[in-house]
Design a protein around this ligand. Structure first.
Ligand code: PEP
Ligand code: MN
Length: 347
């Protein structure tokens, strides 16, 4: 952090600022010019509180933070990409991973048909919510443990790894018993008690970007999980809320390469929630591959017109199969580029 004092600050004013900075646990290195004093702040302390207190001091002109507020998730902490092992798969590694399945687990027949269909088309993980975060309390809230049991059954039948949403810290042990990856939904991205609990859950976490969250806030939420003991976090861009209404959300496609610059964590794209429209899902999926995502999470339902949630954005199984075939040449290029990256990294 660098603090610029106002022109011609007095010795007493400068001392007040340095005292305050030291109070937060930092050391100071000052550069005293003829007219202006600049104070460099170094060390470890409560950075947000210190920044806010210093910024509000009348004798301070400007405060600039120079290092990122997150540590464990930053590129400085680890240069290569984090590879997360899930049921024999690797996310963030040499393969592009597609996760697919319905928004909600609705019945045994539905989840089995979905699982078999997406596995046949080349998906490696099955998604399906058993705990559903619905805008209305009157809408279907999920099958809860019954749904988790059905997901396990689908895994046994197809070999697909499972990803399902966890909404409350209360259910962490229950959900961890059934799933391979714990999904934190957009609405819970800043549920800090949940994030802390997931630090100790022993399973990888997929963290979705909040509806109105910045990329940095997403990274700070990932930092919660890692700082509490779990380095296995996958990030997910799923669109953000803007003034645009043609799509359900606005897909911040640049967030993916931006995240790849800022963090070593794997990043995937959810083209379903990002658009809200099944017709747009294949194009966005291609964009996700091209832009360097590590995978996709796509909503697929055996009969989308009958889906209890998110039918309009769900592909049916033939549509998903077609999309997977069409993605093949893009994924082949992606694999080439990963090989080149790996060769450069080891050179
Ligand atoms: C979901 O994956 O079905 C879901 C609720 O997604 P999001 O949290 O991104 O809205
Ligand atoms: Mn959904």
């Amino acid at each position: 952090m660098i603090i610029s004092m106002k022109l011609h600050s007095t010795r007493e004013e400068i001392d007040q600022v340095t005292e305050l900075v030291k109070h937060f646990g930092y050391k100071v290195h000052s550069i005293e010019g003829e007219e202006r004093v600049v104070i460099g702040v170094v060390g470890v302390g409560d950075v947000t509180a210190c920044f806010e207190s210093v910024e509000s001091m009348p004798q301070v002109e400007n405060v600039v933070r120079i290092s990122a507020p997150y540590k464990f998730v930053s590129k400085e902490f680890r240069k290569g990409k984090t590879k997360i092992k899930v049921n024999g798969l690797e996310i963030g590694g040499a393969g592009f991973v597609v996760m697919a399945g319905p928004c909600s687990v609705e019945s045994e027949k539905q989840i089995m048909q979905a699982a078999e269909g997406v596995a046949k088309a080349g998906a490696k993980m099955l998604r399906g919510g058993a705990f559903k975060p619905r805008t209305s309390p009157y809408d279907f809230q999920g099958m809860e443990e019954e749904g988790l049991k059905l997901l396990k059954k689908a895994k046994q039948a197809t070999g697909l790894a499972i990803i399902t949403e966890i909404m409350s810290e209360r259910d962490v042990d229950l959900v961890a018993k059934y799933t391979d990856v714990m999904q934190v939904g957009a609405r819970n991205m800043q549920n800090f008690m949940l994030l802390k609990a997931l630090g100790k859950c022993g399973k990888p976490v997929l963290l979705k970007r909040g509806l109105s969250s910045t990329v940095k806030e997403l990274l700070m939420s990932a930092e919660y999980v890692t700082a509490h003991g779990n380095p296995e976090v996958i990030l997910c861009e799923r669109g953000i809320r803007t003034f645009e209404t043609v799509t359900r959300n606005t897909c911040d496609i640049a967030a993916i390469p931006a995240l790849n610059e800022l963090t070593h964590l794997p990043v995937i794209l959810d083209p379903s929630h990002a658009t809200g429209k099944r017709s747009l899902v294949p194009a966005l999926s291609r964009a996700g591959v091209a832009i360097g995502a590590d995978g996709l999470i796509v909503e697929v339902h055996p009969a989308p017109e009958k889906a209890i949630s998110d039918g309009a954005q769900s592909l049916d199984i033939p549509q998903f199969q077609k999309m997977m075939v069409e993605l093949k040449p893009y994924i082949a290029l992606w694999e080439e580029s990963r090989k080149l990256d790996a060769a450069v990294a080891t050179a």
